[in-house]
Design a protein around this ligand. Structure first.
Ligand code: FMN
Length: 211
């Protein structure tokens, strides 16, 4: 019998209607759940596009710099949501992020989420003075949508700050197994868009069988 698995699904598109990244995360999560068996696979859902987490503030930053036992009540309150988000990350075995490209990188809502969850007391541990990510062994799937084509070999590739940033920050958190599925050229006309979405969907349905 395989162990029960938990997937954390996070959408970050600002759009509720007509969002391609939401459409694709839903396709994947449903396929993953039926491939694993609905009773053997749970999904935690967070919609940071619709309900953004706040940007960190002065009290949050003070809590970050203060040892847990020395934190004031105000500091603890300021990082309570961060603790909740981290509990979800530790509870899940794998993560699926829906990430539209906004201005060459991730949406600000996802950056605010990342700022909330990279914590030196919980996400990192220091071994011989070197930071190590504590989310070791977890894996992430990033389903990313965009209007234009930034793939390797194009002139635009150098302006793509989305995949490089996410790879780097996930590595710091200990997440080394990261898969990107890209649906791009979504403004290049109906036919090109449909082909791009169909290609991404086919990749996701295949991946869901063994991920
Ligand atoms: C504020 C904003 C900035 C965007 N910046 C880019 C960009 O830099 N490059 C690009 O190819 N598409 C860009 N787009 C287009 C989106 O990536 C595209 O519409 C994508 O489908 C959005 O994801 P969604 O369909 O899940 O909402 C931008 C869209 C918005 C709203």
């Amino acid at each position: 019998m395989t162990a029960h698995r938990t997937l954390l699904h996070i959408d970050s598109s600002a759009r509720a209607q007509g969002s391609y990244s939401r459409q694709l995360t839903q396709v994947f999560v449903q396929a993953w759940q039926s491939a694993n068996g609905v009773n053997a696979a749970s999904v935690i859902y967070r919609d940071i596009g619709k309900t953004p987490v706040p940007a960190i503030d002065e009290t949050w930053a003070a809590a970050y710099e203060t040892e847990p036992e020395a934190r004031t009540g105000e500091m603890k309150a300021a990082i309570a949501l961060s603790d909740e988000l981290l509990d979800e990350l530790f509870a899940a075995d794998c993560y699926v992020f829906g990430v539209p490209m906004y201005n060459l990188t991730i949406p600000a809502t996802l950056k605010a989420y990342i700022d909330q969850v990279v914590r030196r007391d919980r996400t990192l541990e220091f071994i011989n003075g070197k930071p190590q990510g504590r989310l070791k062994g977890k894996k992430a799937l990033v389903i990313t949508t965009r209007k234009f084509n930034y793939r390797e070999g194009t002139d635009a590739a150098a302006r793509n700050f989305l995949e490089p940033f996410l790879k780097a920050i996930f590595k710091i958190m200990g997440i080394e197994d990261v898969t990107f599925v890209v649906a791009d050229q979504l403004a290049a006309g109906d036919e090109v868009r449909a082909a791009s979405l169909a290609q991404a969907e086919a990749e996701l349905l295949t991946l869901a069988q063994h991920w």
